[in-house]
Ligand binder design. Sequence first.
Ligand SMILES: [Zn+2]
Length: 564
Amino acid sequence: MGGFLNRIFQFSIFNFISHPFISRSSSSLVIGHWTSVISNFLKMLLVSIIIITLYAAPVEPQSALTQLKTRAERTNYVETSRYDDVVAFLDTVAKASSLVHTTTFGYTFEGRPLPLAVVGRVSDAKPATVRASGKLRIYIQANIHAGEVEGKESALALVRDMALGHYAQWLDSMVLLVAPIYNADGNERVSLTNRGPQHGPIGGMGIRANAQGLNINRDNIKLDTPEARSMVKLLNDYDPHVMIDLHTTNGSHHAYHLTWEIPNNPAADPGITRLARDEWMPEVMKVIKAKYGWDLHSYGDVSGQPPDQVWTTVEDLPRYTHNYWGLRNRFGILSETYSYLTFEDRIATATRFLEEIINFAHTNASRVRKAANDADSQSLIARRLSLRSKVRRSDQKAEVLMGDTQEEVNPYSGHVILRRLDVRKPEQMWLEATFEPVELERVPSAYYLPAELRSAVDRLQAHGIRIERLNQPSTLELEEFHIESNQVVAQAFEGHQERTISGKYEPVKRTLPAGTYRVPMNQPLARLAFYLIEARSNDGLLTWNVLDEALKDSHVYPIVRSRR
Ligand SMILES: [Zn+2]
């Protein structure tokens, strides 16, 4: 652009300044001369304006963006983006737009850097810059299960469209952090049949697990995968207020375009869960129904036979990403588009859901931020929080829309895939949508870990929990958990045999040596620390064998707590 524009501009300037030096002898010629000068000046101005309008500023970048397509768009929704496609796509957008900055937030097991796009009116992608903006921070994560690929395509298109100026109002209130390809290793293990009867992409999709064979969406407590550790580091660095985890459900054959869930563990902050469940999600469902005629519902799978069918949500354990985010005092939203919509329709569904989630966040930005900040600043010490829960069944049955599918054949593999039919079959079911505590425990002012529990300390620190060390021996009034039973489940799960102990706390006076780790509970992540550390937690460090070595031949739990 530069050379061409400069040449025309210089030509106009030359025309303008050359005329005044043409010699004139009479006054009429002088008047004529100045008329000509003004006319030339106006001509030059006009030419310049036209040129600037046509050629200046973002001509090349904008055309690069308008021509930029995701692999799904380019292939008419036959294929999904590979890792290199994602990286190249985001680089192109970032080069073309000052609203998008790219960086990476960690690594996969095979060492692929995990791409992150930061979308907002900020000067760079650094965590400090993003936090200093003071805006609401929303983290969008796609592809944790790499056969569930439409979130990736939707997230990429969203970043591009924002660079093109769509949704500009959002950037008044927020910065978006977009991780389109979280399970990047799984994404690259493409096969046509990885998702069974899911309706495409018929050119194949990745696998559910990461390259270690682990489900990253069960790894949020134990942090055995580099991907989960990278995500947790991202949370510690950028501290998003809202997180959205994009999946695809191939469970019950219902009539919903999308089912969702929010942090469901009763130990999560009620201010956050109430706003999410009672206002945010109902508003999103109402708007999407009004705009597109699509039904959405809270997540569920159907069990039992009529007339006693039950629609039951996913467990409330923080090993699941959205529940983990909840125990960090943040809005975690699980999105599950329906597997038997076509790939193209699933991308559209994910996009419409994101749009309405973000619209609500934009309209309610200060409330959303305040709910997260309030949860961080409230002291939990001496309060009783849930450690074990059971699902709560609704008092009355409610209408659930069941659907239907028809069989089609993947033309490349010949295997049967299912396509959603636009039918709604209302059925009355019990709803099991929330959980209630069955066991509560007091939150102490501190926990104490012996120095040799390195592996536990490593986990706590990776989660971002603040830990101190005793620099001299301290004699303290404490409580120690005396173990009455200690069991592991026979069946290994995610490489572990989950452990449970029972017993009770006894008051003790102990002198703890210098070097003992102290976890103070007057910190924003106290809720998470409590759930990780407490002896009876149903999804803590003990559950995942992190304390096995210390428990060997021992009748006391190795971590003690303050008496108040
Ligand atoms: Zn999934």
